[in-house]
Design a protein around this ligand. Sequence first.
Ligand SMILES: [Zn+2]
Length: 345
Amino acid sequence: MPNPRRSAVLTAVFLVMATLVPFTPGRAAEREGDTLEALRREASKARTDLEKATKEMEDRKKALATAQTKLRGTLRDLATAEAELNRIRLPLARLANTSYQQPGAAGSMAIFGGGSPDAALRSTADVTLLARSQQALVDHADELQKRKQSLVSAAQDLQSRNAIDQTRVQQQIDGLKQKSSTLTKQLTAMLSRLPLDQRLAASCDKSLATKSRQFPNGLIPAKYLCPLPQKGAQLRADAALAFYKLNAGYKRRFGQQICVTDSYRSLPDQHRVYAERPGFAAVPGTSNHGKGQAVDLCGGVQSSGSSQFNWMESHAKVYGWIHPAWAYSNPFEPWHWEYGTDGDR
Ligand SMILES: [Zn+2]
């Protein structure tokens, strides 16, 4: 006979040990899950960084193209102005020279004491005016030339600065590409070592649930849903993530996965089901199947009172899945199960 006191002590010690040393396989799986999650986040960040850098590169190229177009326009305007100046500079210079050397009848007469003093003054004024105009033209031409030079050198600066920046960004992009590819490879390798349901769970991004809610009932694009291990079945991300766990629990109990006949149902499918079984299927556009948060099950669950149904009834809610009240009687649908009990139902 074992000493009852001693057994009690041993039991107590065992219980304490069990509390202190958690079940190791579970912990290992959890750790692996954490690593995977961290890796997934890193890979996702690397992709975002790469997208950002690529956009920066494109923006830079666009800015340079705009600056160059603007510069070409300005240089064209300058060239026109310069050509105009050149066109009038020569005749004006000639005219000034001619007037200066041969100030005309009036000018000569003024210098040599002949003719009207008025005319002589006018002539001298004309010469001065012409000379001044010519000087102004020359100044203006110089000014234009200087502006042109400074524009050209600014453009060259911009070009070489941009080339340096572009090289830097390109190197950054290459590095990011490398990083993203390495991380994606690691992630893929890690995922491929996992069993299918864990792999699906790891690839199902919970934030997709918010996006898929933006679509009308039965019109959610496949890329916003997550696939179930059961072939062809899909659910909204939050429902799917909960289903993976429910499925794992079920598998531990029955040695096989939950049998699924229907999950997310597109609007055309809902129309078809409704036409076939009007009393059973929801009016198209109102079904929880169309929201990706309901499943129809088989493999025993479809029969109320079966061990599979009973297990579901007592365990599903732990994973957020319920058998809605109406499905007990109106109409009686033991196979129909839904995710969530919030206002979304
Ligand atoms: Zn259903």
